[in-house]
Design a protein around this ligand. Structure first.
Ligand code: HEM
Ligand code: HEM
Length: 233
């Protein structure tokens, strides 16, 4: 009871400090100009950047320390470590998501971004979170089945399949994400600078080819948006 009360208190403190940070980070800039509508060159918060860059170390460690074979779990010290690591990993993913979901996608953009483009980016971010949660969850399922003596058969195959699929999907999504971040940096639209501490942008690219591709890209997204909205009517 006492433990539940203290946890509740800590969680409320955490939420309050987050709300305070969001007010400090976001509200002073919302004056309603065109730039603000596009995101107004806003920065992700220090906590948001810490989650983003700190988590990459945890993720890379999880991927590099991966187990090669189910038999390795016979080592009970390794099994306990895997379970502890997966629990911490999952906890951090959940806390990060509950914090980051309040921020809009492309909040640093200095140019208006088509709605369809925002949805696509949001979809990729959410899919990354799903994979990052499925990795430890399926790992814990493997461990649970293994400790119950289920070392092969359809259930364990399902858990292993889910685990491998989550890992593979996470590579694909992260590659797309990094590629999109680099392209955004080339365009110089401010999104990169809102999260990345190096190679900051100072203005939108005026390179002819970049401008043309960017225009074409926006046109495709606007057409997609129109197609969806006319389908709804
Ligand atoms: C060097 C590589 C990376 C670069 C340059 C980069 C860049 C960025 C940028 C510019 C944003 C802001 C997007 C926006 O405001 O809409 C962002 C957000 C995000 N990034 Fe990355 N990123 C990198 C690696 C990663 C990796 C490895 C992961 C996953 C493990 C990741 C997961 C995310 C997520 C989920 C968001 C959405 C905001 C959040 O919920 O934290 N990124 N990234
Ligand atoms: C966040 C935590 C974890 C991460 C990031 C992670 C990551 C990975 C990766 C990347 C692979 C290689 C998948 C592939 O073949 O493509 C793997 C394999 C494996 N993982 Fe995990 N894992 C985690 C937790 C766990 C846990 C808790 C267990 C069970 C105790 C576990 C058991 C296994 C096993 C048995 C394999 C080998 C699958 C096979 O036989 O091919 N993992 N893990």
């Amino acid at each position: 009871m006492l433990l539940a009360g203290s946890f509740g208190g800590l969680w409320t403190q955490f939420q309050l400090s987050i709300d305070r940070e969001i007010r400090e980070d976001l509200l002073p800039e919302s004056s309603g100009t065109d730039m603000d509508q596009a995101g107004g060159n806003r920065q992700h918060s220090v906590l948001g950047k810490t989650f983003h860059w700190g988590f990459i170390i945890l993720y890379a460690y999880g991927i590099f320390k991966q187990i090669d074979d189910l038999e390795e779990l016979e080592d009970s010290a390794l099994l306990s470590f895997e379970i502890a690591f997966a629990t911490v990993f999952l906890g951090i993913v959940m806390i990060r998501y509950s914090y980051m979901r309040r921020f809009e996608t492309f909040m640093g953009a200095t140019e208006p971004v088509p709605l369809a483009h925002r949805y696509l980016a949001k979809g990729i971010h959410t899919s990354m979170y799903l994979c990052l949660a499925m990795l430890p969850l399926s790992g814990l399922l493997i461990a649970g089945l293994f400790t119950q003596g289920v070392k092969d058969g359809p259930l364990q195959d399902f858990a292993l399949g889910l685990h491998e699929m989550s890992a593979s999907m996470s590579y694909v999504l992260i590659a797309m994400h990094v590629g999109a971040a680099i392209w955004s940096r080339v365009k110089g639209e401010g999104v990169w600078t809102s999260m990345v501490p190096i190679l900051k942008e100072d203005r939108v690219s005026r390179n002819g080819l970049v401008t043309r591709i960017s225009k074409l890209e926006n046109e495709v997204f606007n057409r997609l948006e129109n197609a969806f909205s006319s389908q709804k009517e």
